[in-house]
Write a protein that binds this ligand. Sequence first.
Ligand SMILES: Nc1ncnc2c1ncn2[C@@H]1O[C@H](COP(=O)(O)OP(=O)(O)OP(=O)(O)O)[C@@H](O)[C@H]1O
Length: 573
Amino acid sequence: MDILTQYILPLAFGSQLESNNTGSQGNGTISAPASPPVPANLSSLINVLFSFSALHDWLKIFVIGGFFETCRRLLFSSYHKIIGSFFITAHFQEDDSSYDWMMVWLSKQVSWSQSRELQISTRTFGLNSSAVLLPGEEEDADSLMNGNRKLTYLPSVSSTHTVWYKRRWMSVTRTQKDTGYYGRSEETLEISIMTRHHRILNELLLEAKKEYMAAQEHNISIYVSDSSNSWRHVATRPKRPLRSIVLDPGIKDILIDDARDFLESKTWYAARGIPFRRGYLLHGAPGSGKTSIIHSLAGELGLDVYIISLSRTGLDDTSLSELTSELPEKCIALMEDIDAAFTQSLNRDTTEGSSSDTEPPNDSPVTPGKGSSQPPRSGSRVSLSGLLNALDGVGAQEGRILFATTNKYKSLDPALCRPGRMDIHVEFKLASHYQARELYRCFYLPVEDLDAENIEEKGNSDSGYASSVDTDTDDAEIPNTVETVKTIVTTTEAVTFTGRSHRDRGPKLSRSQVTKLANQFAENIPERTFSMASLQGYLMAYKTRPLDAVKDVAAWVAKERLSNANPEPLIAT
Ligand SMILES: Nc1ncnc2c1ncn2[C@@H]1O[C@H](COP(=O)(O)OP(=O)(O)OP(=O)(O)O)[C@@H](O)[C@H]1O
């Protein structure tokens, strides 16, 4: 109070008091201007504040304040510790698969439908459909509502929700924070279960994982590396049946048997000290099924696909090696167009070496590792030695299967192709008669198989047109002449066209009719001239017209040959 009256009040009102005093002296009196009181008061205030007795008071305030603050903190931390000792808390990061498992599990909990605050989302968390549909949505099978993206309930962000799990209280908190990277935000999920045993948490995790895997049974997951060099789930694709890929006899067997054998041989490799890795190099003509067979094998082996794009901006040797070391233990790592990373131009049709590169090294479809002495030209931030190290350096992941594809087999460095890096080399050639025939049979299923396929399709989403390739030889007479084709065409033309889907609208053909037409189609396709992709493109134009597909194929072949012989000049823009 003394300080207030003596120093602070004069400091605040000093000038006013001073002027009042001056005014009260009356008119006509000349007085010398009063000396300003503020500096005097201020300096005395500072003196008092820093005098010994004041410091003593300050000290007391600090000690007492500090004591209470420490008590408060101790109280809170022990409260949190005591409460925390009854809970187990698990954190899930958005870029980790376990986050997807938990989110799908959470979306399946019916308690959300009763919640008063929730997020409505069309996110699928790597599954092709939402885990839980909004009530009523599933009944709308034929309506416009039945789009690919279904609505589902999720716990809302930045608020805590409670769920009961096995009679245990559980709190769920979703938070979103800015990564500071191109405005991207990242989510974390925190689950606290009221239990003192990890058993409950483990049960929850396994349940979520199992449910997710069951929903994933008919799909494969595709991952790519993002700009921050971590693996990110980008797509889920339905498994493609292996039988829908038509290759020359034996090739599929070699690939699938070898890959299966590898996956089961971990101890064999460990006992011999051989790195547990396998590499396959698929090379040959564009559109011959290299990518498709990898997709199909991934489904067959139940592995996810991790795409390593060597020409991705920002990828260098260090980040490539980091990426490969972060691959999961069992997966397919896919490097498409492996030659492109080491050529100056990404254009596959550069004249240099293009003709010889697509030529096979020898006639065998499966050949030992062999490369040219032509050194790779650097046009990428990934160097050849960086790639070699990433493939089998000390940091390279064990258990992975590497698939690399190229259209320029001969331009690859021998070091890249050597066994240990690329153990099996498979050549994919242009379509043979056999492949053309089987492709036709894939397209036009005999009436006996259509019913089976319709049933299968209801439970399983097939990626392609094909679901069955019957390789059994048919005893029916095989037509050889154009005249015979005409007969088939005219005899089956009377068949009625019914149904809604293109398969239903097509004429109903018996197995022997399909075989005859397939043979005739194949005979009109010159051996090793067209890619399977181009044959598929041709047949796509005749989805419901198998007879016309055979009738018109000779004309199509002639036209294609002509346009291949006289390619249209590129118009510079
Ligand atoms: N052997 C095949 N059997 C069935 N379909 C095939 C076959 N080859 C190619 N196709 C079809 O052609 C299309 C392209 O095939 P894919 O991408 O697998 O060829 P690719 O050899 O990987 O071509 P690229 O070298 O240009 O990448 C796909 O839609 C696929 O269905």
